[in-house]
Design a protein around this ligand. Structure first.
Ligand code: FAD
Ligand code: SF4
Length: 528
């Protein structure tokens, strides 16, 4: 691949030097997370259009992405370029650092327009508002125009979501999900939900039994393309978060499909039962790990949902597992994207609780005595992964209760996961985990004390803190931070009907207990 990439670069360089301006057909610019053959820009431009793929410096470093994320994206881009060329397409590939002057996406567009003079440059709409603004703000030279085609790799369009949202007092995932179930006829029978229930969430909350072995994930040896990228990232991104050693993410459609089949064969059966479970040393439990591939375009969400549904029809997986899995993709993934495009750009600026504390260093170092936080952050460092409950109820819950500034928390989440792209990261972090949007994504904050972590994991057994102690130096910090958070924000949460029980419990506490909570929280936060 290295040699082949060299060839693309030479072609690119020749065009750049302008030795001879050959009249060109239309061009297609494919962005790093648009690695799908079904891309609307490819379709719109036709088979003769020349394709440009660029490893853009600004995109690799506008936040300090996890090293594994950069390896994943660059390697998958290079493999995709190979695939397109194998199909007879002309691909101009610009590898990272080859043209230091081309630092941003606007530079790349200038380059394509200036050197190859296409009448039209087609690009599929980017996933992020930031990049959309850059593309729309680009001034095309005379004779060239930029055509932005819709991203059709989702089940619902942003326009359909906006229509659904119009006039609703609250946007709730469950109702959007039901609509999409009806539209796609997934898990439906005669217009009704298969099995009689829309949602089996209540059957998705078991703790892993003590000596239960979860399936091992195969380790994939990096091929020569990935090895080249690993060397590049080790040399050029050494200051970014995370380790490289465990890199095992699929970088081609075939690898992504093989990993997904492994999930269907070995993990789907128990996905539903143990969806929320956490265990020390078990990073992946029964989760699918498809997020990184879906978000890059290596897997198609509808196909993934239908493949899972087929396992129900062949009695290879129960309904709580299949519905639970499909709800994540057909429901949450689509809903979250809809919220992002409906609410941006103001959404990112909201800060409902006016949280302003700095992000503690241990989010990057993992150095904390709190075993659950240590476990979730170490998994993140070593694999660019933590599963949903670790993201929401451990690192997210802590940031919420401690009042960490949303901007800093959002930046961390965008940096550290292999599947992180702003369209999906932001509503999850800002809305679901931090409730900084004041209730757009969720109807109440996902705040929890240590009891929740203890119920869903074995972390508390090996923790320096005591989960059963409510206050004091050795008490689990989640316990007093939880009540301190509730008291701090009573004005905003007290009227929420879903929080009534919490405040009734608080009101029954005696003054000494309340004072001890306030003392413990103040001391802890001061030393954070
Ligand atoms: P599984 O648990 O096996 O679920 C299957 C798929 O369902 C996922 O791959 C994903 O595509 C989809 N899904 C599940 N939950 C969600 C959700 N809440 N929103 C959108 N899609 C969902 N997901 C990302 O793809 N990128 C992110 O940057 C991201 N950041 C998150 C930040 C926070 C604070 C939280 C609480 C969640 C975040 N999620 C994000 C959602 C979810 O945690 C991940 O999609 C999931 O953990 C990825 O692992 P998996 O592929 O094994 O998913
Ligand atoms: Fe986490 Fe508290 Fe349990 Fe320690 S005791 S692992 S801090 S929930």
């Amino acid at each position: 691949m290295g040699a082949r990439l060299g060839q693309y670069s030479l072609l690119f360089a020749a065009l750049q030097n302008g030795a001879k301006r050959v009249p060109m057909s239309d061009a297609v610019l494919i962005l790093g997370d648009q690695l799908s053959l079904s891309l609307s820009s490819l379709e719109a431009a036709g088979p003769d259009a020349e394709i440009f793929i660029a490893e853009v410096a600004d995109e690799a470093s506008y936040v300090g992405h996890h090293k594994q994320k950069i390896i994943l994206v660059f390697s998958a881009m290079r493999h995709f370029a190979e695939k397109l060329m194998a199909q007879g397409r002309t691909v101009h590939y610009l590898a990272y650092g080859e043209k230091p002057a081309l630092t941003g996406m606007g530079d790349v567009l200038d380059h394509i327009a200036g050197k190859t003079a296409p009448e039209k440059i087609f690009v599929t709409a980017p996933g992020e508002y930031r990049l959309d603004k850059i593309l729309r703000g680009w001034v095309a030279p005379a004779g060239t125009s930029l055509v932005i085609t819709p991203d059709t790799r989702f089940i619902a369009t942003p326009e359909a979501f906006a229509t659904w949202a119009e006039g609703r007092k609250q946007l709730r995932m469950e109702y959007f999900y039901r609509d999409l179930r009806r539209q796609t006829d997934i898990l439906m029978q005669d217009g009704e939900p298969l099995g009689g229930q829309w949602n089996y969430d209540a059957d998705n909350r078991k703790k892993l039994p003590a000596n239960h072995n979860v399936p091992k994930r195969a380790r994939r040896q990096p091929d020569s393309t990935t090895k080249t990228v690993i060397e590049l990232v080790a040399a050029r991104f050494s200051n970014h978060f995370g380790t490289i050693e465990n890199f095992a993410w699929p970088v081609t459609h075939e690898e992504a499909e093989a990993d997904f089949q492994y999930f269907l064969d070995n993990c789907l059966l128990h996905f539903g039962d143990y969806q929320d479970a956490m265990k020390s040393g078990e990073v992946f439990v029964y989760h699918s790990l498809v997020g990184a591939s879906l978000n890059l375009g290596l897997l198609d969400p509808l196909e993934v949902c239908r493949a899972a549904e087929a396992r129900l029809h062949t009695n290879q997986a129960p309904i709580n597992a299949v519905e639970g899995f499909i709800r994540q993709i057909l429901g949450w993934r689509e809903f979250i994207r809809g919220v992002y495009w409906l609410k941006m750009p103001d959404y990112a600026q909201t800060n409902y609780f006016e949280a302003d504390r700095a992000l503690p260093d241990f989010y990057y170092t993992g150095e904390t005595q709190m075993a659950c936080l240590h476990g979730a952050i170490e998994a993140t460092r070593e694999h660019a992964y933590a599963h949903h409950i670790q993201r929401l109820m451990i690192t997210g819950n802590f940031a919420l209760l401690a009042g960490i500034a949303p901007e800093a928390v959002n930046k961390w989440y965008l940096e550290v996961y292999a599947d992180a792209y702003e369209w999906v990261q932001l509503p999850n972090t800002h809305g679901m985990a931090l409730f900084a949007d004041g209730g757009v994504v969720g109807s109440k904050p996902y705040a929890a004390s240590g009891a929740y972590v203890n119920r869903m994991s074995d972390y508390c057994r090996s923790c320096a803190y005591k989960v059963k102690e409510p206050t004091g130096d050795t008490a689990c910090p989640f316990n007093y931070l939880y009540w301190d958070f509730m008291t701090r924000h009573r004005d905003k949460l007290g009227g929420n009907p879903r929080m009534g029980m919490v405040y009734r419990t608080y009101d029954k506490m005696d003054d000494d207990r309340r004072a001890a909570i306030a003392d413990s929280a103040a001391k802890f936060l001061e030393n954070l």
